[in-house]
Design a protein around this ligand. Structure first.
Ligand SMILES: Cc1cc2nc3c(=O)[nH]c(=O)nc-3n(C[C@H](O)[C@H](O)[C@H](O)COP(=O)(O)OP(=O)(O)OC[C@H]3O[C@@H](n4cnc5c(N)ncnc54)[C@H](O)[C@@H]3O)c2cc1C
Ligand code: FES
Length: 245
């Protein structure tokens, strides 16, 4: 579906906020994503996956980091240009048990879907939560809530987000997590130790986004394979064979 770009601005170092006209044809669960065709031309050929960072009556919001050719081209798009979106796709974050201690834990550009999740937790579930987010440096911070850790210590807690959140986690915690695989892996081992619950959104290179190409498969604990695009991207951490990632 071709949709009009309303805004495309740099909000932190190399991080952009893209707002697109909402056609009001569907609803979106936090953690779901769109496959975006960056150009009407052949290059880049493959669509790129981006999580939904906000979903309002008047716009769909994506926050993206420029890492390669596709995101560079995307950053040059102007309001009034059109891009083609496929979605919403995948399984987002699941049910929230209200008696649990809810923790949002994210790293880098993986924090983007938590902006939308925050709205849903506050407005639909009406429950409290704590948020812990990690960045490399303060120039990359693009959110205005939660406790912040930076690797270089330029803002907030000095170190990584898993070290910052560790003491908050107990066996009544329900964690929602998204970020670099190495961060999620450490969190998963910590969750096993503390016997808590965690829904984790995984990243994987995706070609089709609709379950056909098998380019995004991961191994599960029962020696099966799951496609991140249609079986995820959000999984119960206990289902994933972390040692293979
Ligand atoms: C479900 C899902 C949701 C995502 N949501 C967001 C989002 O909200 N915001 C955002 O900025 N990015 C998100 N990503 C990652 C995003 O899709 C990639 O950054 C993007 O496809 C890069 O395109 P490119 O053409 O600029 O980079 P390329 O030229 O394709 O690659 C440039 C560099 O980035 C690395 N890279 C590319 N894609 C990925 C990936 N999926 N995981 C790890 N490394 C990668 C490559 O290995 C290479 O080193 C998401 C990915 C998935 C699977
Ligand atoms: S990206 Fe093609 S099967 Fe998941």
């Amino acid at each position: 579906m071709e949709l009009k770009i309303l805004e495309n601005i740099e909000i932190a170092s190399n991080i952009y906020s893209l707002k697109i006209d909402n056609p009001a044809l569907f609803d979106v669960v936090p953690g779901q994503f769109f496959m975006v065709k960056i150009n009407g031309f052949d290059y880049p050929l493959l669509r790129r996956p981006f999580s939904v960072a906000s979903f309002e009556d008047d716009h769909i919001g994506i926050i993206y980091k420029v890492v390669g050719e596709g995101t560079k081209i995307l950053s040059d798009k102007k309001p009034g240009d059109f891009i083609d979106l496929l979605g919403p796709l995948g399984n987002g974050f699941g049910d929230v048990e209200k008696d649990k201690k809810i923790l949002l834990v994210g790293g880098g550009i993986g924090i983007a879907p938590f902006i939308y999740l925050k709205n849903v937790l506050e407005n639909d579930y009406k429950i409290s939560y704590k948020a812990f987010f990690g960045f490399n440096t303060k120039d990359e911070i693009y959110i205005d809530f939660g406790e912040i850790a930076t690797i270089d210590g330029s803002y907030g807690f000095e170190g990584n987000v898993v070290d910052m959140v560790e003491n908050e986690i107990d066996n009544n915690s329900l964690i929602f997590a998204c970020g670099p695989t190495i961060m999620l892996k450490r969190l998963a081992y910590l969750c096993y130790e503390k016997n808590c619950d965690m829904q984790v959104s995984l990243e994987s290179r995706m070609a089709c986004g609709i379950g056909v190409c098998l380019g995004c498969v991961i191994e599960t604990n029962d020696k099966d394979f799951k496609r991140v695009c249609v079986d995820g991207p959000v999984f119960d951490y206990k289902d994933i064979a972390w040692q293979t990632l």
